[in-house]
Design a protein around this ligand. Structure first.
Ligand code: SPV
Ligand code: MG
Length: 535
């Protein structure tokens, strides 16, 4: 519901309603969370929070900016204490337009002279505006509003300035006839006598608002029975903040320690909550490509790659130069371009050859007698957060990891649907079947892995896993748990990645499949190497 409509409903509701003071975005939010249906943008509190006097020392645009923060931070309406309207009728018109533009529910203006003084200071000496001047302001305000629900509350200071009931009624009546939606009748007595007398005479001509700062001891039932519309708690949030700030500041100064203070104040985490950080975190996930920078990579590069015998006499397969640069470093460069900073390489055969700076290393000493899961287990045992897991002998275009990063799911893999191109030649390939085979028309349809196996019957093959998996932080935890279990089995040293995927599936986890068509290769033999040079 529009804030103007909300405020109108509060002012015109049959039961006694309450507005609570706030003076900035944070206090406004706290007031809303406490359950209030509306906020009083108190001139006293707004100015005090700026450490200036309630004498229009803060400019009207400074006030406007602050109430905009208050309105942005909340879903309940703000009734702004607009003092005298910051000038004559013309300034009031502009004020109303600006308040409407910024989503403020309504404004209250009082019949004093600019610059005003707070009602509790030298009240009797305060001159009132002439009736004609103030009714002109009210008319100008009402004529300039575009939203018919925007409320103008006219406040008379007749009691404050010592004029008595007759003048208060005369003014309120004129303001009402000039178009004011409600009357605020202010009093500085410690008993509610003035406002009750006023209400008795006023009857139900319009809603009447009160500010019981000085007659606070009166039970609210009295005002409810008298038929008042709204009570304003005008400055309690500011005053309580002053109490708390003074206590903590002096304790800190006295004790030079946080020890006894820390437990008395909200944790920083509560500050972040009030600032709405959670929403930002969700939005970052939606819109920010740089989530990649927190995604790590673990690259399995422990094996020698016997088929390339001569080329791997003194280095592991991953370090064979391709286009002047080792295969492994080319892959790392691609991952870095996709935003991945933290890369762990699992080394084994000729491990001393892999020693580029800026990488983390984990060693699989039993590389000669083990397959990928042993290396993976060593590589991710102490890892937390989202990560890519990749074979060390593959190359792919940058868009492939970028594509995998875009998915929310815990496991996302890239699958080449054109597996048949190289299919017959392969000694070992991670063939996969999926719940939906690749078809151009199905590009947007989510596809999931059903099985990964080098020995799949060709009719059931949907593609080949290229050796690149992205797991979420949760996904990494799941893999760690499964590997911890599998590593207890005797056959663990012979287990390949396919074993992990099938174990995931058995436990009910789904791996999202992204089909690609080419744009990658792995290096198993000399033919691959020739292709890799041209990649
Ligand atoms: C305010 O809160 O600024 C008010 C109410 O105008 S009072 O301070 O009581 O005048
Ligand atoms: Mg005020």
């Amino acid at each position: 519901m529009k804030k103007t409509t909300q405020l109108r409903q509060l002012l015109f509701s049959e039961s006694l309603e309450f507005l609570c003071e706030a003076h900035n975005g944070l206090s406004a939010k706290i007031v809303e969370e406490a359950g209030f249906k509306g906020i009083w943008g108190s001139g006293l509190s707004l100015s005090a929070a700026m450490a200036v006097r309630d004498n229009n020392e803060a400019s009207w645009t400074q006030i406007l900016e602050t109430v905009e923060f208050m309105s942005d931070a909340t879903s309940i309406p703000v009734l702004l204490d607009g003092d005298t309207g910051y000038g004559n009728f013309n300034n009031v018109r502009r004020l109303v337009q600006k308040l409407e533009q910024r989503g403020i529910g309504g404004v209250c203006i009082e019949d004093k002279l600019f610059p005003k003084t707070n009602s509790f200071l030298r009240g009797e000496k305060q001159p009132l505006a002439t009736l004609e001047e103030f009714t002109g302001k009210i008319k100008a305000a009402k004529d300039s509003q575009r939203d018919s629900d925007f409320c103008l509350v006219a406040r008379t200071e007749a009691f404050i300035a010592g004029w008595g009931l007759f003048e208060a009624l005369r003014r309120a009546d004129a303001y009402h006839r000039a178009g004011a939606d409600a009357i605020l009748i202010h009093s500085k007595l410690s008993k509610p006598d003035e406002v009750l007398a006023f209400k008795k005479e006023w009857g139900r001509r319009s809603p009447v608002v009160i500010v019981p700062t000085t007659y606070y001891a009166t039970p609210m039932e009295v005002f409810q029975e008298a038929g008042f519309s709204t009570v304003i708690w005008a400055n309690m949030i500011l005053r309580s903040a002053i109490t708390a700030m003074k206590a903590v500041a002096s304790q800190l100064k006295r004790e030079n320690s946080l020890l006894s203070v820390e437990d008395k104040i909200v944790p920083v985490k509560e500050v972040f909550r009030l600032q709405g950080d959670q929403e930002l975190e969700e939005a970052e996930r939606l819109y920010l490509p740089s989530v990649a920078s927190e995604t790590k990579a673990v690259i399995l590069a422990a094996s020698r790659g016997e088929v390339l015998d001569a080329l791997t006499q003194e280095r592991p397969k991953a370090m064979i130069p391709v286009g002047g640069e080792p295969l492994l470093f080319r892959q790392i460069r691609t991952l870095q371009e996709a935003g991945v900073k933290d890369v762990t390489v699992v080394r084994g055969y000729c491990k001393e050859v892999i020693d580029a700076p800026g990488l983390r290393y984990v060693d699989n000493e039993i590389y000669a007698s083990s397959k990928e899961l042993v290396s993976l287990w060593k590589g991710i045992q102490n890892l937390s957060g989202p990560a890519f897991i990749a074979y060390g002998d593959i190359l792919y275009k940058k868009y492939v990891p970028t594509l995998l990063l875009q998915e929310e799911e815990d496991f996302v893999i890239a699958v080449d649907s054109e597996w048949e191109r190289s299919g017959n030649r392969k000694r070992y390939a991670d063939y996969v079947s999926c719940d939906v085979p690749y078809r151009r028309t199905l590009l947007d349809h989510p596809v999931y892995l059903t099985r990964m196996d080098a020995d799949l019957v060709p009719a059931t093959i949907c593609g080949e896993w290229i050796g690149l998996l992205r797991a979420s932080a949760e996904g990494i935890k799941i893999i760690q748990k499964i590997l911890a279990e599998l590593s207890q089995q005797e056959a663990f040293s012979k287990m390949r990645m396919a074993h992990l995927f099938n174990a995931l599936r058995q436990k009910g986890y789904k791996a999202r499949v992204h089909y690609i068509r080419g744009h990658w290769l792995d290096v198993d033999d000399l033919t691959d190497l020739v292709t890799a040079h041209a990649f």
